[in-house]
Each structure stands twice: as C-alpha cells, then as structure tokens.
Design a protein around this ligand. Structure first.
Ligand code: PXP
Length: 238
C-alpha cells in the first residue's frame, strides 16, 4: 500500500518565523528512510506553507514520486504543467479555512474540471480528484477522465462511535464503486495511528496521503520513526 507523506507542516513551522528552516525539502530523505513511497505537498494560493521554490526543488529531486496538491486554478495548472510532478491532486481551497475542509464538487463544475484534467493528463501528470466518498462525485470524476480519486476521510476522522462506523461504511461503498469504475482509489485527511487501521482494511484503497499526524508525531519521535510507524500499520493489512 502506497504512503504519500504530506510535508506541508514542516513548511508551516518555517513560515511561523519566516526563517529558512526547517526546510521541507530536507524532510524528504527522512520520509523516504522511514518507508514513504512518495511525497505530497500543497502549493496553496496564499503560499501559507509550501512556497514556489519548495515545489520547484521537490520536483527536481530525481526519482521522487511527487504529488502536488493544488486548487483547480489557471495559475496552479500552469505551474503544474511546467514542473510536471508525477501526480497532482486537485483540491478545493478557501483562504479562510485551516485545512482542506471538504471534497471538490466535480458534479457542479464538471465542464471546468474536465478541461483542467485534460490539460494535466496531456502534460503527463496523473490527476487525482479529492472528493467526498459520494457516488455522484465518484461517477463524475470517472466520466471526466481522472485516473485517480482520493476519498476524503476528514469527516470519518472527526466522528466517533456509531457515526464513525456509518461514515466508514460510506467510504467502503465509495471505494468499491470507484474501483468498479476503473479508478485508482486513494484516501486521506485527518488520519492518525488510531483511526487508520479500518481505512487500511478497505482493499480497494491503494494509497494514503498523511500529513498532520506524521509531522505532529515527529516532534516526539522523529520524522523517520513517525513515517515508519504508519508503514508498519499499513503492512498489517488483512
Ligand atoms: N489529502 C489531501 C487532499 C489533503 O488536502 C490533505 C491535507 O493537506 C491530506 C491528504 C493530508 O491530511 P492530514 O494533514 O490531515 O493528514
């Protein structure tokens, strides 16, 4: 199972003081040493953590599987087409949000999304749509030619008890539908060592993107160990 480590919050610490350290690019080696299969970084429109130069340097690392998270804007599409990371994930973005709060609405913005996916596909970038595990959003993503969907696990992560079980079932059904439609299925957002095992158990999910919990854990146990602990858990897939 693929683990993409989201290193945005290494840059968040740097930007808190507007220093040159810690450098998110330096985090890459520690993540790979811990078993990360790739690196995810989000170039937000407000550049609040990852900056253009970070993304440029990440894209220049030979052999690195880089997943560029970005809003579906002309500016980001043009940066992505120039840098050509192996993959990109289209996410909704609102300036006032703390993190990506909901999935993309592919159904309502189908024509625009289709044109963006086409431009990125043409540039050889594998596009993923970050969507809620909703049947209509999944079908629309497949219909516009996106090869990958990343199912939003944020709501699942924020719930508890029976409500969490219900949301887990929604994710299971969504993953099965997406796989049936020929999509590669990823998942992410809000995942921690505690809440990840039931997601790992969903066989259709091929990859996870995890950031906040890994960077948070790394404060106490180091980045390599924090990544390795997620990889160990993912290796125990039933
Ligand atoms: N996947 C996507 C599309 C995201 O926007 C984020 C957050 O940047 C993540 C995964 C990782 O979420 P978290 O930081 O909560 O692990």
């Amino acid at each position: 199972m693929y683990l993409g480590v989201n290193i945005d919050h290494v840059a968040t610490v740097r930007q808190a003081r507007l220093t040159l350290y810690p450098d998110p690019v330096e985090a890459v080696d520690y993540c790979l040493a811990g078993g990360a299969d790739g690196i995810t970084a989000h170039l937000r429109e407000d550049r609040r953590h990852i900056c253009d130069d970070d993304m440029r340097r990440l894209a220049a690392i030979p052999g690195l599987h880089l997943n560029m998270e970005m809003a579906a804007t002309n500016e980001m599409v043009s940066i992505c087409r120039e840098l050509k990371p192996g993959a990109c994930c289209l996410v909704p973005e609102k300036r006032e949000e703390l993190t990506t709060e909901g999935g993309l609405d592919v159904v309502s913005h189908r024509t625009r999304m289709a044109s963006i996916v086409e431009k990125l596909n043409d540039a050889g970038v594998r596009v993923s749509m970050f969507i809620d595990p909703d049947a209509e959003q999944i079908k629309a993503s497949a219909a516009i030619g996106a090869p990958v969907v990343e199912l939003h696990t944020g709501h699942y992560a924020n719930l508890s008890g029976l409500d969490r079980e219900k949301e887990l079932e929604v994710i299971r059904k969504g993953a099965a539908l997406a796989a049936d439609l020929g999509l590669i299925v990823h998942a992410g957002h809000g995942l921690t060592l505690d809440n990840t095992p039931p997601i790992v158990a969903i066989s259709e999910i091929e990859g996870l993107n995890i950031g906040h919990a890994i960077i948070a854990d790394s404060i106490f146990k180091g980045l390599e160990r924090a990544v390795a602990d997620f990889k160990l858990l993912m290796a125990r897939r039933r």
